[in-house]
Ligand binder design. Structure first.
Ligand code: GLC
Length: 547
């Protein structure tokens, strides 16, 4: 095997930055650990679980919003950007979490919500108090259209018009999401400075970076033109009412790039190689890639969500990986996502067998992976009874509910899965399989999905080609996606993933040595071509030059 590094961190010849080589783990704070015992997770609950994350071997956590909020959109409606909601604890709890994470060499990335605030944010209260408020233009206010009605046809992502009438000042304000989430006007210099100040606050507190919420919404058409209808709404079936328009004007204006550059300059001005990660949903690879910036001076890692939409078969997944690799600007670092708090769970989407293949894909592609909490044990979408629905989007459009993927982390087989004390009702019900599918049940079983994930994370730390090696697809039998990862002076790696539930042949140009397989029955040692991949097997080989 290639040179080994230290148990965590980097090998001696490793040149990548932490956010390139590392694995980011998303913690949805309401559902990770409940230290206070009120049924809702909190910051101290995350701190209590840092030993687990260290054992697992992730390098960074991204914590979804924990700021004071009326929770209309579960924290994405921020009422104070520089504090902690009492539900989650206090700034002191945050400092403890940060210090404890850093002590374990785990970086901490926080959520930054630039597009909107809560309607209870003092900025908005001030803005809506009068047309003469000095903060009036911090938000987007407009008169009614001639006659009456909203200024244009824009619709909210969560359904209905994106404009809300304010009786007191007789104008509409824009909200791309809930009406409790008015959009900030980034074209207003003071509002812009205030939002940049939020970044400084957290950077000075020591965070390692930001995940930038709905980053492409920060700039809209200054003329607020109507969106045209979408001739192909069926292609966006996952988006509810929003799919009926072509969203040419309500987001994605090129001026967003200036904002990204400004954010980037600010973040890069702090020591420690901090990172910006943008939530960007551009279906075209080349448009998505522009957010790295022409001179790689915008977002370090624009989230790459394209695997979430790919049909789960070898050809479609390969097409995405090849397409992204081709679209990536020179010098830019790729990243891969298979789950987050807005997306159905991967194990429900592809099944438990393929969830193992998916994890292997995520952790062996060239680029930074993001792992959603619970995906390492194969958590599935929970069934939420109607009277326990919490997600506002799910309440207006049931098919869009994100509650199923936000249920409490399944730690063990005791009451409430160890998430909150017995007798307390967790804020969302547990998934029905919690007694058997949990961390405790899988922890000591190397053949479990948790064991597999941990082993792959370990291999990423010890085999430099898994981080820095080039990616090249290898033509293979139907249903198999194979690729090499190659680094000079290191053994070439071959990853072969069987996307079917049948055995598949694999032909190799040379012999190989088994480094890892998702199939516990795979014998270790040398393998000769042709070999047979077991159903849903993911195999990692070191190619052995026999010439
Ligand atoms: C992002 C968040 C999502 C939230 C929305 C509005 O998409 O990930 O959870 O509802 O922004 O802030």
């Amino acid at each position: 095997m290639a040179r080994r590094g230290t148990s965590r961190g980097v090998t001696s010849r490793h040149r990548s930055l932490w956010w390139q080589s590392g694995v980011l783990y998303e913690v949805y704070p309401r559902s990770f650990g409940d230290a206070s015992g009120d049924g809702v997770g909190d910051l101290a609950g995350i701190t209590e679980r840092l030993d687990y994350l260290e054992w697992l071997g992730v390098n960074a956590i991204w914590i979804a919003p924990f700021y004071p909020s009326p929770m209309a959109d579960f924290g994405y409606d921020v009422a104070d950007h520089t504090n902690v909601d009492p539900l989650f604890g206090s700034l002191d709890d945050f400092d403890v979490l940060l210090a404890e994470a850093h002590r374990r060499a785990i970086r901490v990335v926080v959520d930054y919500v630039p597009n909107h605030t809560s309607d209870r944010h003092p900025w908005f209260t001030d803005s809506r108090s009068s047309r003469d408020s000095p903060k009036r233009d911090w938000y987007v206010w407009r008169d009614a259209a001639p006659g009456s009605g909203p200024p244009n046809n824009w619709i909210s992502m969560f359904g209905g018009s994106a404009w809300e009438w304010d009786e007191a000042t007789s104008q509409y304000y824009l909200h791309s999401f809930l009406k409790q989430q008015p959009d900030i006007n980034w074209r207003e210099p003071a509002a812009r400075q205030a939002m940049l100040g939020v970044l400084r606050f957290w950077l000075e507190r020591g965070v390692d970076g930001f995940r930038i919420d709905v980053a492409q919404f920060v700039a809209k058409d200054p003329q607020l033109r109507d969106n045209p209808p979408n001739p192909h709404p069926e292609r966006l079936a996952h988006l509810g009412e929003w799919r009926h328009q072509l969203h040419l004007y309500d987001h994605g204006h090129p001026d967003m790039h200036d904002i990204y550059r400004e954010i980037r300059r600010l973040v890069d001005g702090y020591p420690g190689k901090r990172v910006t990660i943008g939530e960007l949903h551009h279906p075209e690879f080349d448009v998505w890639a522009r957010s790295y910036g022409q001179d790689l001076d915008e977002i370090h890692l624009p989230f790459n969500f394209h695997l979430l939409r790919a049909d789960w078969n070898a050809a479609s997944v390969r097409a995405v990986v090849d397409g992204i690799s081709a679209a990536l600007p020179a010098g830019a670092w790729a990243n891969w996502v298979l789950g987050n708090h807005d997306q159905p769970r991967i194990a429900s989407r592809v099944g438990q067998g393929q969830a193992r293949v998916a994890m292997m894909l995520l952790l062996t592609l060239r680029g930074a992976p993001t792992l959603y909490y619970g995906d390492e044990i194969g958590m599935e979408n929970a069934t939420i009874p109607v009277d326990r629905l919490r997600d506002p989007w799910g309440i207006t459009e049931p098919a869009q509910s994100r509650d199923p993927e936000r249920t409490p982390m399944q730690w063990n087989g005791s009451a409430n899965a160890g998430f909150c004390p017995p007798g307390v009702e967790p804020w969302l019900p547990l998934a029905s399989d919690w007694q058997t599918r949990n961390v405790a049940a899988q922890r000591d079983d190397p053949s479990s999905l948790l064991g597999l994930t941990r082993r792959l994370l370990e291999l990423r730390r010890t085999i430099p080609a898994l981080i820095e090696g080039t990616y090249a697809p290898v033509d293979s039998a139907e249903g198999v996606f194979a690729y090499t990862r190659r680094l000079p002076d290191e053994p070439t790696l071959l990853v072969a993933l069987n996307f079917t539930d049948e055995p598949r042949p694999l032909t190799l140009a040379t012999d190989g040595r088994v480094v890892f397989s998702t199939d516990p029955h795979r014998e270790q040692g040398l393998v000769r071509s042709p070999l047979r991949l077991a159903p849903s097997e993911g195999l990692l080989l070191e190619l052995v030059d026999t010439a």
